[in-house]
Design a protein around this ligand. Structure first.
Ligand code: ZN
Length: 91
């Protein structure tokens, strides 16, 4: 392998471990929950989820899970920790 290509691969490997280098500006994904399938979107810094809980509370377990998966690569989530426990009881 060409030495400059090796350098690029090594750099990519380092970048891949430094998650704060990447930030999602917007996306849409399908989340298969235990009871139903939902669409989670990030657009113009605003989170949305099609689940009933998000409609009532402005946050939900799906957003919490996405943040646990993507970590520093996504913007701050809406306040969720206190309402999350309630959802866990009612879900
Ligand atoms: Zn949701």
């Amino acid at each position: 392998m060409h030495s400059s290509l090796i350098g690029q691969v090594e750099k990519a490997n380092r970048y891949a471990r430094e998650l704060d280098r990447v930030s999602f500006d917007e996306f849409s994904l399908t989340f298969r929950g235990d009871n139903d399938t939902h669409t989670v979107t990030l657009h113009a810094g605003q989170w949305r989820c099609t689940c009933h809980y998000f409609g009532s509370w402005g946050s939900c377990v799906h957003l919490l899970a996405i943040h646990k998966i993507l970590g520093p690569m996504v913007p701050e989530e809406p306040p969720i920790e206190s309402s999350y426990e309630l959802q866990a009881v009612t879900a």
